[in-house]
Design a protein around this ligand. Sequence first.
Ligand code: E4P
Length: 214
Amino acid sequence: MTILLDSASVDDAVAAAGLGFVRGITTNPALMARETKEPLGHLERLLAAFPEGPVCYQPTRSSFEQMRDEARAAASLAPDRVVAKLPATLDAVKLAGVLKREGVRCALTAVYSPAQALLAHEAGCVWIIPYPDRAARHSEGGLTVVDSLAAMLARLQSSTRILAASLKSSAQVSDSILHGAHDITAPLDVLRSLPSHPLTESAVREFAAAWPQG
Ligand code: E4P
């Protein structure tokens, strides 16, 4: 199981690296647009700020050729670390096959259906990325999306992994894993909230009260 940071902020990347349990980063064009007008230059800054592990980069352009060229340019910055993250369209499936043959690892994102999972498997993607919170907001089943993707990948005995994203709470993080996701990505505030529990906090206060802090 791998925990990733879902952010394009360099400050978030530095903070996540310090947490000790975060192994990489996912970005998307909307997150990038909040931080920069030069996404590839900004990717270099993220790679430096978070010095180990995968960084998923999603091309900001939409045509097949533009996505291909941007994904190649991103991967060339750190071939062992950059994963090309592509929205689960027909063009993206074709492109994932092309990039895989060039040695670039790919993930399909915004995955909602088992048919998309099947194609990601065929294209040799390392991850499919479902959005349980968006699925819930659009009455598309929430975490049941993860169930159906997990069933499809198990049926195919696939090495493609499920990376759950669009997670807004610690409960959604743990529930995603319980529903069959292998890995998760979440914003910094959600990652920081993972150990929070009111009874843990009251126990901490009780222990501290036994030894008044000087
Ligand atoms: C996935 O990698 C995306 O960056 C992200 O989680 C999308 O979901 P959201 O916009 O609902 O947070």
